[in-house]
Design a protein around this ligand. Structure first.
Ligand SMILES: [Zn+2]
Length: 351
């Protein structure tokens, strides 16, 4: 099967999160054309390649994309190839990874099949961290290791930052602005914003670096002539395994006057021992790459406890942008990368 033609076909099928049915239908037939038996669970699609007794390696990537958005100079749904680049929404994030995984795995098992099983999972709703891998995983046999296909330039991500979202409510007492009096919640929130900007975390993660904390939203006040009694801050914190969410929450509570509540603590940071066979296999499959820490979220958050590496063709900086593209050469290198990774993983796992 031609990877470029399959990628162009699936880029032409819009698949915003929660609307993946059409692309899933095309992928179902592609699995059949590859000689595999796809299984649909909701809008998630799986297929197993079986080389007999041995470990189970999960290959996961996602079928959904973010909306097309503004600012395109190319047609986002035509998958035109210009100058060696396949343009279109989802070409880079992550349909190229998914296509490369499917064809790479098929090649790995077509001759001299590895001893073990590869389970390909094309999951939905990754961009909204919804009803995708998180709900699919408990229905699958437990993998011994996993590869998450996201555009990393074929480098091996051995750690991934998590997301902790906090809300802080500054409270005051309203009054008529002309009369004065009252307690201004916006001013209280301002003090909290400044105090938060001075928070420093004393430990860095070797691959991910520092924990970061940013106040990204502020809402307060109803009218120009009323001293506001309430102001809300949203704090976006990108976590690493070096500083736990509990420790961060305690520190934020100590730092601010307002009331701290947790909006989301579901998306933890994850890491894999770089010596694990799945990481070593990814490094062996791309000797010019290196292990690194990734700041962006992916379905890896749902694979906690399963040794995982995140790697795939493309560049994360092109994701979610106008004129998103994947180079033909990157896609072809991706197919070879996943084939080699699979072969190398089962070799290393057996030895
Ligand atoms: Zn992605």
């Amino acid at each position: 099967m031609n990877a470029v033609e399959l990628l162009r076909e699936v880029v032409r099928i819009p698949s915003e999160s929660r609307n993946e049915d059409a692309v899933v239908a095309r992928l179902e037939s592609a699995f059949l054309e590859l000689g595999l038996t796809p299984k649909k669970t909701g809008r998630n699609l799986t297929a197993t390649l079986d080389g007999g007794a041995g470990p189970l390696l999960l290959l996961n990537s996602h079928t959904d994309t973010v909306p097309v958005g503004q600012g395109w100079t190319k047609d986002p749904l035509k998958a035109d190839v210009e100058g060696g680049k396949i343009y279109g929404r989802g070409s880079n994030d992550a349909k190229g990874c998914l296509v490369a995984m499917m064809i790479g795995a098929q090649k790995a098992f077509a001759s001299n099949a590895p001893k073990g099983k590869v389970l390909i999972a094309a999951s939905c709703e990754e961009e909204v961290l919804g009803q995708g891998l998180e709900v699919l995983l408990p229905t699958l046999p437990r993998p011994d290791a996993a590869v998450v296909g996201e555009p990393t330039g074929l480098k091996a991500a051995v750690a991934q930052k998590g997301l902790l979202l906090l809300e802080i409510i500054a409270k005051g007492r309203s009054a008529h602005a002309a009369h004065g009096g009252g307690v201004n919640a916006v001013e209280a929130a301002a003090r909290d914003v400044l105090a938060l900007s001075n928070i420093k975390f004393d430990r860095e993660h070797p691959a991910l670096g520092a924990t970061t904390l940013h106040v990204t939203q502020i809402t307060g006040g109803e009218r120009h002539n009323v001293i506001p009694d309430r102001c809300k801050l949203v704090v976006d914190i990108r976590t690493t395994p070096s500083v736990s969410p509990d420790e961060i929450i305690a520190l934020v509570k100590k730092t601010v006057e307002g009331e701290v509540t947790i909006r989301s603590n579901r998306l933890g940071s994850v890491e894999t021992d770089p010596a694990h066979p799945v990481v070593q296999a990814a490094l062996a499959a791309n000797p010019s790459g290196r292990a690194y820490g990734s700041p962006t979220l992916s379905d890896w958050v749902f694979l906690k406890g399963i040794p995982t590496v995140k790697a795939g063709p493309g560049d994360s900086k092109r994701s979610h942008t106008p004129d998103e593209y994947l180079e033909v050469a990157e896609l072809e290198a991706g197919v070879a990368f996943y084939e080699n990774l699979i072969r190398s993983y089962f070799d290393k796992a057996a030895s």
